[in-house]
Ligand binder design. Sequence first.
Ligand code: SF4
Ligand code: SF4
Ligand code: FES
Length: 255
Amino acid sequence: MVKLVIDAKKCEVPVGTTALAAAREVGIVIPTLCSLRALRPNKACRLCIVEVQAPGLEKMVAASCDLLVAEGMEISANSAKIQKMRRAIIQLLLAAMPDNIAVKELAAGLGVFATPFAVAKRDACALCGVCIQACQEKIGVSALSYAAQGGKAADAVILDAERCVGCGACANVCPVGALTVQDKNDKRELSLYGETANVIDLVKCQVCGAPFATEKVVDLLRQRLKKDALTLDAVYCPACARERNPAPCFERAAI
Ligand code: SF4
Ligand code: SF4
Ligand code: FES
């Protein structure tokens, strides 16, 4: 176990705990945007920053979602300096996504209701990268990437419809709803920034007839599982699969 102090609260947590998790353990709220349990920290949003003083080291600012606690650490999760830095970060996000409800709520929680920065005409994206990570690391497809034009910094995410299998994992992890997924008329539609980015046919359950997964997802699983017996004739939706207990059952990817 590791003993440390966060905002004057003593806590004791297992080795390997992040400062973010330790803070939550003792009821201290730290805002986050890009932190998801299923994905390794990518430190993109920086909203979870804290000031940390480890024994024998200089005080520094670090992303708490990727900071492992150490014996004797003193962490300030809500100092004046940290609050000022967080407000500047959320003001930038507010400028990039002025109409986004999730961003507005996050900003309001930090006492920010306006931004001094030039406001985008149209909501962009938090560029947190968790959709790219989910697609690459969890689904193994890599259909999403940052778009950078003319040597400038990336300002959007793009989707390669050919590669995309339509699992929906990216939409499930997007913290601001910039990527969405919807099943309608036997098709799955993925939208990015409010525009259709991909439409893929859904496969129907052989028992109840409900459309539930894309053919590309079924094909991908068949390749990965390498089971000859796994044919489309033996594909059941999650509900029917549970009743019959065949393996595997195809559910929309949820991370
Ligand atoms: S739907 Fe799945 S495969 Fe397509 S971009 Fe999203 S995570 Fe990648
Ligand atoms: S689309 Fe969503 S998940 Fe992907 S980078 Fe933008 S805000 Fe993050
Ligand atoms: S939540 Fe830690 S950097 Fe985004």
